[in-house]
Design a protein around this ligand. Structure first.
Ligand code: HEC
Length: 189
């Protein structure tokens, strides 16, 4: 009995820090990732109301990467946006991100709410471990002005997109489709 208690205590001592540690980094990633889309949405809405979607293209083009950079510097996470059908040629997912985006699409198709889809994993990388976190970015009505069916976009929007993104794959979405994801990573020992 004593041995059993001792064993339990030992397990508790060894197990707790690992669980607490993982919960901490996941919670931190979730908080950082969760703050960005709502900030961006506010700016997008404001700019669209002022000058239509054609004048808000700069928000998704400049403000989003700026916000990601500022949040990266502040939080220590490497943050970017990726998509299976990217607009920015650099927003191509890596192997882990591609698998997660495909999983998000499957989970949404099976009925999960796309707004709550997230994934975290501690990935081994040689001597290091990489903390990885992704959160799905589903479309809303507002997004379709620039990501909806190609023939539904305002000509002024199509024209700018053609000029800025000749290889654009990011049209043809409907409401609550997964447009892409915000992806965070941090290397630890
Ligand atoms: C006013 C036009 C416009 C609206 C509205 C808009 N986007 Fe975008 N979106 C863009 C542009 C332009 C880019 C490319 C940005 C860049 O160059 O990094 C982009 C890129 C993205 C990316 C990065 C991946 C990629 O394909 O390059 C995601 C994710 C994204 N948008 C999601 C959304 C979501 C979700 C909404 C609605 C909440 C939305 N966008 C609304 C124009 C728009």
């Amino acid at each position: 009995m004593f041995m059993f208690r001792f064993l339990l205590a030992a397990i508790a001592i060894y197990a707790t820090p690992v669980i607490a540690d993982e919960a901490t980094w996941v919670a931190d990633a979730r908080k950082v990732a969760g703050a960005m889309p709502s900030k961006l949405l506010g700016v997008l809405k404001e700019e669209t109301e002022k000058g239509g979607p054609e004048s808000a293209i700069g928000v998704c083009r400049d403000k989003a990467p700026q916000m990601a950079k500022a949040a990266s510097e502040q939080s220590g996470w490497n943050i970017r946006r990726v998509s299976l059908r990217n607009r920015n040629p650099k927003a191509v997912p890596d192997t882990w991100e591609r698998a997660v985006l495909e999983e998000f699409d499957r989970r949404a198709a099976a009925g999960e709410n796309p707004a709550t889809l997230e994934k975290s994993e501690l990935v081994a990388d040689g001597e290091n471990k990489i903390q990885r976190y992704m959160k799905a970015l589903p479309t809303q009505d507002l997004c379709l002005a620039c990501h909806g069916a190609a023939d539904s976009l305002k000509p002024a929007v199509s024209e700018q997109l053609r000029k800025l993104y000749p290889d654009d794959k990011a049209t043809g979405y409907g409401i609550a489709d997964i447009r892409g994801a915000i992806t965070l990573k941090k290397t630890t020992r």
